[in-house]
Design a protein around this ligand. Structure first.
Ligand SMILES: *Cc1c(COP(=O)(O)O)cnc(C)c1O
Length: 416
């Protein structure tokens, strides 16, 4: 598959090849990861990477853009259709840069932003003090309700009334329930603040109509294209038509230089795939698998934050098992199961230790796992956590995991 690398750069080739094998043989349960199609990989590996195309289709700062204009227009039109949006900017290099541009399309540095507390599921770009968002803006954080672990909209409104933010950033990296976008929009209208919704995690489910879409409500919607949406690593901004000029100007020349045309081509591929019936079927299974996994883990004595999931992910509270998120992550890794440690709401542990792990089903569902395999997966998770200090046992689980993965090969032919 990687002939040129193999011949000319064996050192680098080995790392890439080892990664192919790791992706083949391990259970990928990180909620933000997925396996793209070969068509997406083809677009990413195309000669479009050679082209400078600062500007937008029909208005570029470089010659020779007639082909990349076709590519970008396809990506824009497909994104608008997929999400029912009035405007799409497909140039953001990542979810974080999409958010930088989204904020600055609506507000100025120094303005007040309200977002979900990071320890309660929010994202770095929603106001972490070391992130640009925490440095550019005056951040006010909202929390989930301590008892229900759900967004408390009455509390949210009270906080907005008290703090009077210029903008509300709604959305999360680790919140398994539905957001009531319409309700948030109503509150924002009453208190006269802008609304950005970040659906980086939920985008695939939203596109398939299985999770509420914020597109009718939000001023701007941001997302990544590489999580549930199963495209290349990148960002996307959707907005009302009235913000088209502001969004485009803020992305380029505001925050980025030349667009990554090979990535934009891969986004176009991903949006076309997203419009297919096969993609809907896939997302239904992602959701069914997540619900099954949450139920199985509950049967095995684990507490799922908020009691379950309405999307592709869940946050597992490990305290009843006397194990920290950090310890569980290490043990699961040794068993060939990849997850990430994560704070639970009101976590007594520090962010580098945590009391929980976040688990998602997008990648294993792309592999072809259905409920029967998910039951097996839950069993392996529990065994690995139970036997976290028994290296022999962890190794034997790893072999069983590899055998399960071998039945559902990813990228056949890539191992050669
Ligand atoms: C993943 C994520 C992002 C950032 O995406 P990057 O491409 O890693 O910059 C932004 N917002 C949310 C809510 C996310 O989960």
């Amino acid at each position: 598959m990687y002939n040129e690398l193999q011949i000319n750069d064996p050192e680098l080739y080995k790392a890439v090849h080892d990664e192919v094998l790791r992706q083949q043989h391990n259970l990928e349960l990180i909620a933000s990861e997925n396996y793209t199609s070969k068509a997406v990989l083809e677009a990413l590996g195309s000669v479009l990477t050679n082209k400078y195309a600062e500007g937008y289709p029909g208005k570029r700062y470089y010659g020779g853009c007639e082909n990349v204009d076709v590519v970008e227009n396809l990506a824009i039109e497909r994104a608008k259709k997929l999400f029912g949006a009035e405007h799409a900017n497909v140039q953001p290099h990542s979810g974080t840069t999409a958010n930088i541009s989204a904020y600055l399309s609506l507000i100025k540095p120094g303005d007040k932003v309200m977002g979900l507390n990071l320890d309660h599921g929010g994202h770095l770009s929603h106001g972490h003090p070391l992130n640009f968002s925490g440095k550019y803006f005056h951040i006010v954080h909202m929390n989930v309700n301590k008892d229900t672990e759900l967004i408390d909209y009455d509390e949210m409104e009270k906080l907005i009334a008290k703090e009077r933010p210029n903008l509300v950033m709604a959305g999360a990296s680790n919140y398994s329930r539905q957001w009531d976008w319409a309700r948030i929009k109503k509150i924002c209208d009453v208190w006269k603040c802008f609304l950005i919704t970040d659906i980086a995690h939920y985008a695939g489910l939203v596109a398939a109509g299985l999770y509420p879409s914020p597109v009718p409500y939000a001023d701007i919607v941001t997302t990544t294209t590489h999580k549930t949406l199963r495209g290349p690593r990148g960002g996307l901004i959707l907005s009302k038509a009235c913000y088209k000029a502001a969004v485009n100007r803020t992305v380029f020349p505001g925050n980025q230089g030349g667009p990554l045309m090979h990535v934009i081509a891969a986004k176009a591929v991903c949006f076309r795939e997203g419009l297919s019936d096969e993609f809907k079927t896939y997302q239904k299974q992602v959701l069914a698998n997540a619900r099954k996994l949450a139920a199985e883990l509950q049967t095995l004595g684990y507490r799922i934050v908020s009691g379950g999931t309405d999307c592709h992910l869940m946050c597992v509270d490990l305290r009843a098992k006397n194990v920290t998120g950090k310890e569980a992550e290490v043990a699961l890794d040794k068993a060939g199961i990849t997850v990430n440690k994560n704070t639970i709401p009101y976590d007594p542990q520090k962010p580098m230790i945590t009391s929980g792990i976040r688990i998602g089903t997008p990648a294993v569902t792309t592999r072809g796992f259905k409920e029967a395999e998910i039951v097996e997966v839950a069993g392996y998770i529990d065994e690995a956590i139970k036997h976290r200090e028994d290296e022999v046992m962890l190794k034997s689980i790893k072999e069983k995991v590899a055998a399960l993965c071998a039945k559902f090969p990813m990228y056949p032919g890539f191992e050669k």
